[in-house]
Design a protein around this ligand. Sequence first.
Ligand SMILES: [Zn+2]
Ligand SMILES: [Zn+2]
Length: 252
Amino acid sequence: MNKFSFAGIALLLLASLISVSCKKDAASTSTTTTTGTAAVPDVFKKFNSTVTISSDGSTITLKCDGVPDHKSCYFQNTDSRYQAYNGTNTAFSKNPNYISTKSYTFKIPASPAVNAAHEATPLGPIGVAINGVPIYNQYAGPNQPLTSEINSFDQYNGHPDQSYSYHYHVEPLYITLNNTKSALIGFLLDGFPVYGPLENGKTLVSADLDTYHGHTSATTDYPNGIYHYHITADAPYINGSGFYGTKGSVTQ
Ligand SMILES: [Zn+2]
Ligand SMILES: [Zn+2]
């Protein structure tokens, strides 16, 4: 090999290296596009403007502070949002906690899909209501029913836990009062929507639903049909034995 052909090979190598790195650039640009911003589906317009919502096409991200948009006896009594309990539960007993501002990030699938594992719901947030308040499951502690906790629900059916996180385990009355009993209530972490107890003029009970507390049919927001949960007055109220679909995540 003379020195000219060696130089020729070196040039060829350099040229192919450049072409490889250009292809890499092209690949990373297209990755950026798919993880960038995508249109947020119209149904999410039903959330209060205090909930910040974005989508990358595969995941919907909802950020909120968990503070209710209604009065509660759990605000500090110096707060203008404080209202003494005026609900209907004669056994009402206020817990020692109060409402504080949190910083939640919920990530839910943009295209929810059934998951045969039907993972059990954890304690803590399992979903988010349209007013940015977290939804909790039907337990007060590991497999402990809500029996006594129910008596600490405020006039709109929410209460704060020991970490001052306000949440709903049952029908959020302020939402159904303002938006009707058949309204969209929110979403669980698996991306499937939650509706109020009324559907086509019938008030549903748990026996009308499957073991995860839902069924598949058309809804106002999904005319082509979707699996959805319903809130009922009887236990387990919002979710039954686990998520219907693959759950996303929540950080706080
Ligand atoms: Zn609770
Ligand atoms: Zn339904």
